[in-house]
Design a protein around this ligand. Structure first.
Ligand code: FAD
Length: 318
């Protein structure tokens, strides 16, 4: 079932959902099942599976020269989505990127999803790969997520890349897109970022999922600004209970979000990561209680390979 149908059917009740990463290449799928088994009792409406594009490694050869090797550390997004839908009967949402895909690759990816009975996607641009400063699209690929949304929407309208196809099967993807209550790191201003977000909605996006945030006011203000700009689709908040002291610097660095002073002070006081985990859980419970009371469509958790703390939060909320 589509995400927007889940939201409609919930009739104002807040849904539970979470995001997982495919296992590192060489690991088996059991780690994913362990995460899902830990959270399945809370009846997730959908489970997102991230997509990880290629990275370049430089390996030293015996003669001292460096060899450039292309690797994908976490392949398997589509396979895991199919496995989740078959094993748990829960809707799985593959993430799909502009980066690393040309339009033909995108079309083939979507055809595979359609044949597998996967009718949700989260459409993203992707970040620049580690060896580049700025994002570079593939030749004949997409520069921005709104172009990717346009391609998916065209397939939903029965238009494939080959113009000569007649009576082609229209796909039926519910399209999610990303948003950033604290502004995307490359955006010149939050308002301009919201205008580009609106462009994604006008291209066909059915709902929005936000980057993680730790201060609910930032989410509420962001939603108000989106509504004032004419964005009417559901805006699902993204959440992450902090679990380690290292995340105090990792999260702002990687995700370009701020942590509130009160949370930082509490974490710095902690003697070990067990105590940090407890602070993170309590903070997240307070965030979730307020968001749920305000009637957000879903509480969407970034598991980043850890589910015990999400389980404790969910026990208090659902
Ligand atoms: P876009 O919407 O294309 O925006 C990118 C930047 O371009 C923004 O600064 C925007 O303001 C600007 N912009 C947009 N349109 C225009 C325009 N027409 N003209 C000029 N500027 C424009 N990354 C992964 O690699 N894999 C994942 O699975 C993944 N999942 C994610 C899930 C969520 C919920 C979120 C919030 C992020 C996720 N990301 C993932 C990270 C995401 O790929 C990066 O944040 C990326 O840098 C931006 O993607 P986007 O889709 O928001 O890009």
């Amino acid at each position: 079932m589509k995400v927007t149908e889940h939201i409609r059917k919930a009739q104002g009740n807040t849904l539970f959902s979470f995001e997982i990463l495919p296992p590192l290449k060489g690991d088996n799928v059991q780690s994913i099942y362990n995460t899902i088994d830990n959270l399945i009792e809370f009846d997730p409406a959908f489970i997102d599976v991230t997509y990880h594009r290629e990275e370049y490694l430089y390996l030293e050869k015996p003669n001292g020269l460096l060899e450039k090797k292309v690797v994908r550390k976490r392949p398997g997004t589509v396979g895991i989505c199919a496995a989740i839908q078959s094993k748990y009967k829960v809707d799985a949402i593959p993430h799909i990127l502009c980066g690393g895909f040309d339009k033909e690759d995108t079309e083939n990816f979507l055809i595979d999803l359609d044949f597998l009975g996967i009718d949700n996607v989260l459409a993203l641009r992707g970040d620049a790969i580690k060896s580049e400063i700025y994002f570079r699209p593939e030749r004949n690929g997409h520069n921005f997520a709104h172009e990717l949304v346009t391609q998916i929407q065209s397939m939903n309208d029965g238009q494939y890349l080959d113009d000569y196809l007649e009576n082609s099967n229209p796909t039926s993807f519910d399209i999610g897109v990303a948003a950033y209550p604290e502004k995307h790191m490359e955006a010149a201003s939050l308002q301009q970022d919201i205008l580009y977000l609106k462009q994604k909605v006008e291209a066909g996006a059915d709902y929005i999922v936000t980057q993680m945030f730790f201060d609910n006011d930032k989410y509420f203000q962001f939603v108000d600004k989106c509504r004032a700009s004419g964005i009417e689709v559901p805006i699902i908040p993204g959440l992450k209970p902090i679990a380690t002291k290292g995340q105090l610097s990792m999260i702002p660095h990687r995700f370009k979000v701020d942590l509130p002073d009160d949370l930082v002070v509490e974490i710095i006081k902690c003697k070990d990561n067990q105590a940090v985990k407890q602070v993170g859980i309590e903070w997240s419970i307070q965030q979730c209680k307020e968001l749920k009371a305000k009637g957000v469509p879903a509480l969407h958790f970034y598991s980043m390979g850890k589910s015990d703390n999400i389980k404790t939060v969910a026990q208090s909320i659902f």
